[in-house]
Write a protein that binds this ligand. Structure first.
Ligand code: PGA
Ligand code: MG
Length: 233
């Protein structure tokens, strides 16, 4: 199939790999609630959601270490094991309750599937957080494969998770489109040889996503649908 977006006319795809946080679901409220519970349990100061937003995208371990540094913990590794245990406890208790699916996600992905693309979800979130979240938001049925930040030896921006996801789908990276919201998705895609589009409404470490090397930037996943014959032919 051909995608409608002007920058993508040259590409022909068999599958798409879709990021979760900041691309399909706005999870900042969940991150904020879980980290708030963790910090309270550790008797540490609270952190604002705006600060958390800049730290999301490289997985839970990186997020927890960044938050501990931000609130002034000197010996992060000494606190880390308990912080991770408390974070996991709180996240699983509220998973999805302070999160919402972005406009256009279901329509966009259903249209890609209707045109024959195979879909996988690849997130840096732990798989045990990702699976219940997708199910709670009614997104789980869209994907043949779901992989988390702990599914492979390394996380995005390393290309390994994308290469492994292409292998699981049985598709060539050059014919597998990465759809993400951050430099982690784009760097991983470039290194794996996958074309990549980025949404402009997610979390990119506080930086405008247009500054990241990608094939196109989207305001909504519906922009990926090939409903315009003149453009999709
Ligand atoms: O957990 C994170 O850091 C973000 O996960 P993502 O890969 O779905 O954006
Ligand atoms: Mg993301």
């Amino acid at each position: 199939m051909f995608l409608r977006h002007p920058a993508l006319h040259a590409f022909d795809f068999d599958a798409a790999i879709v990021d979760l946080d900041g691309t399909m679901v706005d999870t900042l409220g969940d991150f904020s609630a879980a980290l708030g519970g963790m910090l309270a349990d550790l008797r540490l100061p609270a952190i604002a959601a705006a600060s958390i937003e800049t730290m999301v995208g490289k997985g839970s371990e990186h997020l927890i270490r960044s938050v501990l540094a931000h609130v002034g913990v000197a010996d992060i590794e000494a606190v880390y094991p308990q912080a991770w245990e408390r974070y996991q406890h709180h996240y699983l208790a509220i998973n999805g309750q302070h999160a919402r699916v972005y406009d256009g996600v279901c329509e966009g992905l259903e249209a890609l599937r209707a045109q024959g693309l195979r879909l996988a979800c690849l997130t840096n979130k732990p798989l045990s957080f990702a699976q219940p979240l997708l199910a709670a938001k009614g997104l789980d049925g869209l994907f043949e494969q779901v992989f988390g930040g702990d599914s492979f030896e390394r996380k995005k921006p390393d290309p390994l998770p994308l290469i492994k996801t292409c292998e699981a789908l049985g598709t060539a990276p050059a014919r597998t489109l990465m759809i993400g919201d951050s430099s982690n998705d784009a760097k991983a895609a470039r290194a794996a040889g996958c074309p990549v589009v980025l949404v402009d409404y997610g979390y990119n470490h506080g930086e405008p996503v247009q500054g990241v090397d990608a094939d196109a930037y989207l305001g909504s996943l519906v922009e990926l649908t090939a409903t315009t014959p003149a453009l999709s032919a």
